[in-house]
Ligand binder design. Structure first.
Ligand code: MG
Length: 259
C-alpha cells in the first residue's frame, strides 16, 4: 500500500504510535491537506481529511497542529468545522491555540520598513495586482497563469525584489505557485521546534509537508520524529518518507486515527 518510499519508517512509526499514550501530529496546509486552487480562498481539504482529523483529535491522545505560511484565520476558516486544533500561521509569526487564544510575534521595524518598500515597488512597477500582504511577508501568486507569463513575472519580481531580499533579516523564497519576500525568522522549523519543546518528549511526533519551506521543519524533526514529504511527484528532500496525496495521506491518517 505504501507506494512511495520510506514505508519501513512509516510502519515503525505507526507501531511506536500504537504503544504511546500521547502523540504530536504537525501538518502543513496547502499542498499537504488541501490541493492547490487558483482561487486560494477555496483551497479546501481533500475529502475525508476533516473527519479523520476530527477522529484523531477526539481520541484525546494526539495533539494536532497546522503549521502554515498562511495567516492563522485563513487556515481556521478553511478547516471549518474542525475545532481543538492548534494553528501556527505566517511561518510561525502567528499562533492560534486550540482554546481560541491568539498570539503573534511582531517583526523588527527595519524589516517592516523594507517590506513596505517592496510593496511600493510592486505598485509602481505596473505588475498585475496578485500580491498577498501577510504578516512578515509579501507573497506574489501566479497560479493559473500561462507558463510564459509566469516566467516573465518570476524574472521581473526576482530582479525588482533582489535589493530588498539582500537586506539582513529578509529572504526571497520560491513556493509552489509563486514567490515570497519575507522575514528570515521565524520559519517553519522554529514553529516545529517550539511545538516539540512544549510536547512530552516521549510522545511520537510527525510533521507532514510538501513545499521547500517545510524542509526547515523536516530538519528540526530529524532524530526526534517522522518527517514526511506529501507530494505527487518526488523531489529532493530531508524528509524520511514520501507519501502521495490524497490516498496514501488518507491511509496514513486513518491508521493514526486507530492508534
Ligand atoms: Mg504547503
Amino acid at each position: 500500500m505504501w507506494d512511495s518510499y520510506g514505508k519501513d519508517k512509516v510502519a515503525d512509526f505507526l507501531r511506536q504510535l500504537n504503544q504511546a499514550s500521547t502523540a504530536t501530529l504537525m501538518l502543513d496546509y496547502d499542498g499537504t491537506l488541501a490541493p492547490f486552487q487558483t482561487d486560494r480562498d477555496r483551497a479546501y481539504p481533500y475529502p475525508d481529511i476533516v473527519p479523520i482529523l476530527d477522529l484523531i483529535i477526539q481520541s484525546g491522545r494526539t495533539k494536532v497542529f497546522v503549521v502554515s505560511g498562511r495567516p492563522v484565520r485563513e487556515v481556521e476558516s478553511l478547516l471549518h468545522p474542525l475545532t481543538d486544533i492548534e494553528i501556527w500561521g505566517a511561518h510561525g509569526l502567528e499562533h492560534l491555540l486550540s482554546d481560541g487564544t491568539y498570539q503573534s510575534t511582531t517583526i523588527d521595524s527595519s524589516i517592516s520598513e523594507i517590506l513596505a518598500q517592496a510593496e511600493e515597488w510592486l505598485r509602481e512597477s505596473g505588475l498585475p495586482d496578485m500580491a498577498e500582504i501577510k504578516p512578515g511577508g509579501i507573497a506574489f501568486h501566479w497560479r493559473g497563469l500561462p507558463a510564459f507569463e509566469i516566467k516573465r513575472l518570476q524574472v521581473r519580481i526576482q530582479e525588482g525584489w533582489l535589493e530588498f531580499a539582500k537586506k539582513p533579516g529578509l529572504k526571497l523564497l520560491d513556493f509552489d505557485g509563486g514567490i515570497e519576500l519575507r522575514a528570515t525568522r521565524p520559519d517553519k522549523g522554529d514553529a516545529v521546534a517550539e511545538i516539540l519543546k512544549r510536547a512530552d518528549p516521549r510522545a511520537p511526533a510527525a510533521f507532514l509537508g510538501d513545499d521547500l519551506t517545510d524542509e526547515d521543519g523536516f530538519r528540526v524533526l530529524d532524530g526526534r520524529g517522522l518527517s514526511v514529504l506529501v507530494r505527487s511527484e518526488y523531489r529532493m528532500t530531508q524528509a524520511k518518507a514520501w507519501l502521495r496525496p490524497p490516498n496514501e495521506l488518507v491511509d496514513f491518517l486513518e491508521q493514526w486515527s486507530r492508534m
